[in-house]
Design a protein around this ligand. Structure first.
Ligand code: SF4
Length: 332
C-alpha cells in the first residue's frame, strides 16, 4: 500500500495540480491504487480542480459515424477493423445532406461540438473534400464547433480542414507506447503523436485521449496521462473499453466503476485545465456510478457511439440537472 493513500493527502494533490505541478509516479499510483473507501474524498479533491477551471459546466459532444467499417487497420478494440467479425454497418462517406442533418441533431441535443468521425487509416483527398464542403456549410449556418476525426493527416489535408473551419481534430493515443504493438500493428504510436503535432501546427485544437482496459498497467495509465500533458492536448477523451464480440479484445473484462473514477481523478490532477471527457464505454463500465464521473470530468458524449448505443439524451440531461450542473453550449 502506498503511503499516500488517505483522504488527508488528496487535497494536497489538488493543490499541486492547481499550482501547475505534475504528480509524481508515486502520487499517481496512490490515486489508482487507493482503497474504494477513498473514492469520495478523492473525487472531492478532483472536483476542486475541475471547479477551478470549469465551474459546474458540462460540455456535450455528439459523434456522427461518417464512414463505417471497411477499415484495413487492425486495432484490437475496434469493431470496424479488418480483423473484426462484429456485424457493423459498412458504408462509404455520408453525403453532405446527412452530415448536415447530424449537425442539426447535435444542436437539438444541446451538444456544443459536433464530431465527424470516419473509419480508416486516413482519408483520400476526395473524401476530405466532401468533409470540407459539409463543414463549411455547418459553420455558415449553425453555431456549432466542429471536431474532425479522420485518421492520419497529410499536411495539405490538415491545412484544408483548418481553413474550412474545423476547430478541433481528434486522434487518440489510445494506449501506452509499450502496449501499442499489442493493440495495433498496422500503424505506430509515434505516427499517432506525429498527427497530433501536425494538428497543432495547422492551428487546430488537439484532442487526444485513451482507452482504458486494454491490458495496460497502472504505471502505463500514468505514462499516458504524462504523454497527453506533454502533447498539451486541449481535450482528453477517456474511453473505457466496451469489449465488442467479434473483436480481438472481446474477452477483456470491464473496468470496475470505482477504478474508472480513480482514472478520471488521475487525469484531472495530471492535466488539470484540460477538457476531460468521460467518453466511450461510459454506460457499460461506470453503470450506475456515471453521475460521479462528472466530479472529475467536465465533458460527455451524448447519443450513440460509433457502433454501439449510448443512453438516451433525456437520461443524460436529467443526470446533469440532478447533479446541479449546467450544460455549456457552444464550448470548445
Ligand atoms: S480505430 Fe480507426 S483506424 Fe483503427 S480499425 Fe477502427 S476505424 Fe480503423
Amino acid at each position: 500500500m502506498n503511503n499516500l493513500s488517505t483522504c488527508k493527502e488528496w487535497p494536497l494533490l489538488a493543490q499541486k495540480a492547481l499550482n501547475g505541478e505534475c504528480l509524481t509516479e508515486e502520487e499517481g499510483l496512490a490515486v489508482l491504487e487507493a482503497s474504494d473507501d477513498e473514492v469520495l474524498p478523492l473525487l472531492q479533491a478532483a472536483f476542486q480542480v475541475r471547479k477551478h477551471y470549469y465551474g459546474k459546466k458540462v460540455k456535450l459532444n455528439m459523434i456522427i459515424n461518417a464512414k463505417s467499417g471497411l477499415c484495413p487497420e487492425d486495432c484490437g478494440y475496434c469493431s470496424q477493423s479488418i480483423v473484426s467479425t462484429a456485424p457493423v454497418n459498412k458504408y462509404t462517406l455520408l453525403d453532405k445532406g446527412t452530415l448536415l442533418a447530424g449537425a442539426r441533431e447535435a444542436m437539438a441535443r444541446k451538444a456544443g461540438t459536433y464530431c465527424i468521425v470516419a473509419a480508416g487509416k486516413g482519408q483520400t483527398d476526395k473524401e476530405l473534400a466532401q468533409v470540407v464542403d459539409a463543414v463549411k456549410e455547418i459553420r455558415e449556418t449553425m453555431p456549432l464547433k466542429i471536431c474532425a476525426c479522420l485518421g492520419i493527416l497529410k499536411d495539405e489535408q490538415a491545412q484544408r480542414l483548418a481553413e474550412a473551419g474545423v476547430h478541433r481534430y481528434n486522434h487518440n493515443l489510445n494506449t501506452s507506447k509499450a502496449n501499442y504493438p499489442s493493440i495495433t500493428t498496422t500503424h505506430t504510436y509515434d505516427q499517432r503523436v506525429e498527427t497530433v503535432e501536425k494538428v497543432k501546427t495547422y492551428g487546430m485544437s488537439p484532442c487526444s485521449g485513451v482507452i482504458i482496459g486494454m491490458g495496460e498497467t497502472n504505471q502505463e495509465i500514468i505514462e499516458m496521462a504524462y504523454a497527453l500533458r506533454e502533447l498539451d492536448s486541449d481535450s482528453i477523451p477517456i474511453n473505457f473499453l466496451n469489449a465488442i464480440p467479434g473483436t480481438p479484445l472481446e474477452h477483456a473484462g470491464r473496468t470496475p466503476a470505482m477504478k474508472a473514477l480513480k482514472v478520471l481523478a488521475l487525469f484531472r490532477f495530471i492535466c488539470p485545465s484540460k477538457e476531460i471527457r468521460v467518453a466511450g464505454g461510459r454506460e457499460v463500465n461506470l453503470r450506475t456510478l456515471q453521475p460521479m464521473s462528472l466530479y472529475a470530468a467536465n465533458s460527455l458524449f451524448v447519443g450513440d457511439y460509433l457502433t454501439t448505443a449510448g443512453q438516451s439524451i433525456g437520461v443524460d440531461h436529467q443526470m446533469i440537472e440532478d447533479l446541479g450542473f449546467e450544460i455549456e453550449l457552444n464550448a470548445l
